[in-house]
Design a protein. Structure first.
Length: 112
């Protein structure tokens, strides 16, 4: 009986962990047009090793390349000049937004 209970608990834990992983992943990739529009109307500051930056990148998928981004690990001087306090930081209409943002919020902020 103890062995069956342990197996049941392990199965339940596995289902919970898999559910969390699946729900935490972005479900759709941002379109090329939206990514280009956001990229043309914003600046994105990221840093190598930043987990929130990696999450932000996953939201855009392949179209991440269309963003106007600077990696503060490699271009530290530019980030110091812009007074970037943390990453990711979005600059839209000269206003800084610290932290990862949803695509919907970025569309509203950039007018895309």
């Amino acid at each position: 009986m103890k062995k069956k209970s342990l197996i049941t608990i392990l199965v339940i834990l596995a289902v919970i962990i898999l559910s969390i992983i699946i729900l935490a992943r972005p479900h759709t990739e941002t379109s090329k047009e939206i990514a280009k529009c956001i990229g043309e109307n914003s600046e994105l500051y990221v840093q190598l090793g930043c987990h929130a930056c990696e999450y932000q990148e996953k939201l855009f998928g392949e179209n991440y390349k269309y963003l106007n981004k600077t990696d503060c690990f490699y271009d530290r001087e530019k980030c110091i000049k812009k007074e970037i306090q943390g990453t990711p930081t979005w600059i839209i209409n000269n206003i800084k937004y610290l932290g990862a943002r949803s695509i919907e919020e970025l569309k509203k902020l950039t007018g895309c």
